[in-house]
Design a protein around this ligand. Structure first.
Ligand SMILES: [Ca+2]
Length: 391
């Protein structure tokens, strides 16, 4: 999945959500429960602040790891007291020693604490298999049905009905449209049913040191992850997520968690498994990336003549055309779109589809740069809205 997106192109703000999306899809078949999403888990700060500890906290079991499905056992790493020094699968990795040195010198982490932490990390073979899987390269016609299912549309209406005040409040406060918040959470995790069963510390460590192709990206996320758990005052072993380390209902990777997550219910914790925090966090993500409430997202378009082809885009780019420019290139939107600048989007398949995308469409691609992903979010949002309100 990672191959589809050149994450390096979008730098520090990158989120790696495709991972969650496909994992979510792959797990749909085995999760048929329709219960409410996970309530907040009880977080207890470690006995000693993470960055200062000289030995790991010695109270295993006091923190229940977040997980969305109570039928799936958590993958919590065992807590063991290791002898001083670095042990385990990564003991002989020069890169790991370098990383520990950097975290110690740049961020003030206690070296012995990090050695203890990483001595307990085992290689996540499944993460390596998933990250190396062939790129998802199917056309739009094959991609769309993954997300535009009756189950996901009805699940969105149900999520909206259960969280109406929360969604309306976040939409107002952040100036976004609630159906897109619902759709993001639906595409990412089936409304919290599939938030991922990989241990995040283990997955990120594995991809940082056993997957050279994206080592720089994952080491930055591992760095962000350690900073995150220190800020959130939790042990690094407790978080579960996608194989790429994406967490919670909106599948935030660590850098996004630190940047965009908000404590919606003001209990002092940013709990991305709790809708009370996750919904405003996704809204904040959209808002900070430029979402305009009520702004146009995308409409299908007719194309004709020889002028449109050079304007058509298959990757996410900031809209730079006016509707007039598109019109003179032979592009005719099949409806109004309220956006000062627009793009001509091409969704490739056995028959290519053309759409006019607005500035809000581009914002969705800040969540995930794949144009097909953003279109799936848009169409799911519209389908959920229509199912709920009838228009
Ligand atoms: Ca909270």
């Amino acid at each position: 999945m990672g191959d589809v997106y050149d994450l390096q192109q979008w730098g520090k703000r990158a989120r790696y959500l495709a991972a969650g999306a496909l994992i979510g899809f792959s797990l749909v078949a085995c999760t048929t429960g329709s219960g409410p999403v996970q309530l907040p888990w009880v977080l207890q700060p470690p006995a000693v602040p993470s960055g200062q500890a000289t030995s790991p906290p010695t109270s295993p079991g006091v923190v229940t790891p977040p997980r969305s499905n109570p039928n799936v056992p958590p993958r919590q790493l065992p807590q063991t007291n290791y002898p001083p020094g670095l042990h385990g699968d990564y003991a002989n990795y020069p890169g790991m020693r370098e990383f520990i040195g950097k975290m110690s010198s740049q961020h003030g982490f206690n070296r012995a604490f990090l050695e203890q932490t990483f001595s307990g990390v085992r290689r996540d073979q499944q993460a390596l298999v998933k990250v190396g899987a062939p790129a998802e390269g199917q056309g739009w016609r094959a991609y769309r049905p993954i997300f535009l299912t009756e189950e996901r549309i009805n699940g969105g209406v149900d999520f909206w009905n259960r969280n109406g005040a929360l969604l309306d409040g976040a939409a107002r406060q952040y100036g976004v449209d609630p159906e897109y918040l619902v759709a993001i959470i639906g595409v990412e995790t089936q409304y919290g049913k599939n938030t991922g069963a990989h241990n995040v510390l283990q997955a990120l460590t594995t991809l940082s040191f056993d997957y050279p192709r994206r080592a720089d990206f994952y080491r930055k996320e591992l760095e962000q992850f350690l900073l995150l758990v220190r800020e959130e005052k939790v042990r690094p072993q407790i978080f579960s997520g996608s194989y790429a380390g994406a967490m919670g209902l909106g599948q935030f990777i660590s850098s996004s968690y630190r940047t965009y997550a908000v404590d919606g219910n003001r209990d002092g914790k940013r709990d991305m498994w709790n809708p009370q925090d996750a919904v405003p966090s996704v809204a904040n993500y959209f808002s900070r990336n430029g979402w305009k409430r009520g702004g146009g997202v995308a409409v299908p378009a007719y194309v004709s003549g020889g002028g449109y082809a050079r304007l058509a885009e298959t990757t996410a780019k900031k809209p730079s055309h006016s509707l007039g420019e598109l019109a003179s290139a032979g592009v005719r939107p099949q409806g109004a779109i309220n956006s000062a600048r627009v793009s001509l989007l091409k969704l490739e398949g056995s028959t290519d589809e053309y759409w006019v995308g607005g500035e809000n469409f581009y914002v969705i691609t800040r969540y995930n740069p794949n144009v097909k992903y953003a279109m799936a979010v848009h169409q799911l949002a519209q389908a959920i809205r229509k199912r709920k309100f009838g228009f």
